[in-house]
Design a protein around this ligand. Sequence first.
Ligand SMILES: Nc1ncnc2c1ncn2[C@@H]1O[C@H](COP(=O)(O)OP(=O)(O)OP(=O)(O)O)[C@@H](O)[C@H]1O
Ligand SMILES: [Mg+2]
Length: 506
Amino acid sequence: MSENLLEMKNICKSFPGVKALQNVDFQLKPGEIHALLGENGAGKSTLIKVLGGIYHPEEGQIFIDGKEVAITDVNSARDNGISIIHQELVLVPYMTVAENIFLGREPKGKFGVDFALMRKRAQEMLDQFDLGIDADTLVANLSIAQQQMVEIVKAISFNCRILVMDEPTSSISDKEISALFEIMRNLARQNVGIIYISHKMSELNEVCDRVTVLRDGTYVGTRDVATTPKDDLIAMMVGRELDQYYTRDHVKSDEVVLKCVDIDDGKKKHKRVDHVSFEIHKGEIVGFAGLVGAGRSETMQCVFGLTPGSTGEIYIDGQKVQIHSAVDAMKHGIAMVPENRKVEGLYHQQSVRFNSTIEVLEQFISKLRVNEKREAEITQEFINKMSTKTPSHEQTVTNLSGGNQQKVMIGRWLATAPKILILDEPTRGVDVGAKAEIYEIMNELTKQGVSIIMISSELPEIINMSDRVYVMYDGKLTGCISYDEDLSQEAIMKLATQESAGGKTV
Ligand SMILES: Nc1ncnc2c1ncn2[C@@H]1O[C@H](COP(=O)(O)OP(=O)(O)OP(=O)(O)O)[C@@H](O)[C@H]1O
Ligand SMILES: [Mg+2]
């Protein structure tokens, strides 16, 4: 028997204008957790989709236990013991969690599907993670983090031999991540081979044994995680050393540009935003930290005019304003990059050009004629600024890699030249090099007087980039910490879990 559980050899896959994979090799041993690392657009998801039978490579072979296999479609991948959590969530929104988990393999009783059994089994699986998700809930009513957890639970439930996770932790919080890692280690002990894709470098040391790096669709190398310095891996990924990661020049200003008083979602039951008051100064980066579900995104949605029935007062530059829609918010100089690019963010079937310029169209439409030159300039400006990888302005956004979609979306909002920029998980799914670029852009913007609100579940990013951090728990603010006070992971986690009796209330 071969010592490799899986071997992919010489895989080549092209798309129009893009060689996504060129002669890529990959090997996975039983019981190992093997990270796949590379910048946005390096080819990670494409390699996984070849393994999953979604893309058919022009060249290359796949071996399982040393025997060549033909993976022609999703079912044959599954028959070969391969289970994949894809980067973009694929649950059916208007089915329950239990129905999604058992889709196509519902347990049968005497009279067709045994719903009670299905619900019971699904609930048991969910409870392993201590998720507090009811198996009867419609997926559409779950948060993104919860949906991601359901995807994970579903993939694991297949008793697979090869489990692939394409950025599973990009939208879940630390508590769920620890639970996930524990389950991964358990599966590995049972000889499952796990391929793990993530842009969070710190996770490598925590769970991975080996790492394979891809760059521009080519294989760069495979290393043992324990003995390879992080900087070496970054150099392998980006082809150069990265000198600076976080860029932040703290600016102290007392000028309040945005003041929110008693923001509330107006709901009687299941309140997600409960009388939240805060203020943002000119040129500040203000972090919003908290566990997933703490109400950070929901608070900003109220501020941005997206929540009908929400209450509270909003002052911009000291003037009380009424914001009942995103258009109102934009009129007052607020822009918001939402958390979920798939649903709220991008026009997926439209081009990079369309998505980059849609919010600033009026700048180059006159007498109903589009100034195409200006449009192209703006598109190119933000492709450059964000280092977005796309073969052309006309590429359909859905064909960009996940991280590059995120860059298009941030670029679009920067194009509106906002005074106040709300970023909800801005670096989710973005590679290390591009993260550093986004931080630099944020820092630059604050120097120009732009104020930034950043919701993030990545504590290092919150701590290193913020002037002040507000922490939320269960719809309420539990505290505010300034960068020159005790701004540490521990201090934030205390407020985020309400361990501290009462915390400093603001
Ligand atoms: N269906 C498609 N049609 C056209 N081009 C595609 C398609 N899928 C992927 N590509 C291109 O192939 C390249 C590799 O993309 P892939 O999604 O594999 O990157 P990735 O390493 O997963 O990046 P990320 O970290 O951003 O998720 C990119 O240039 C991408 O734009
Ligand atoms: Mg990807």
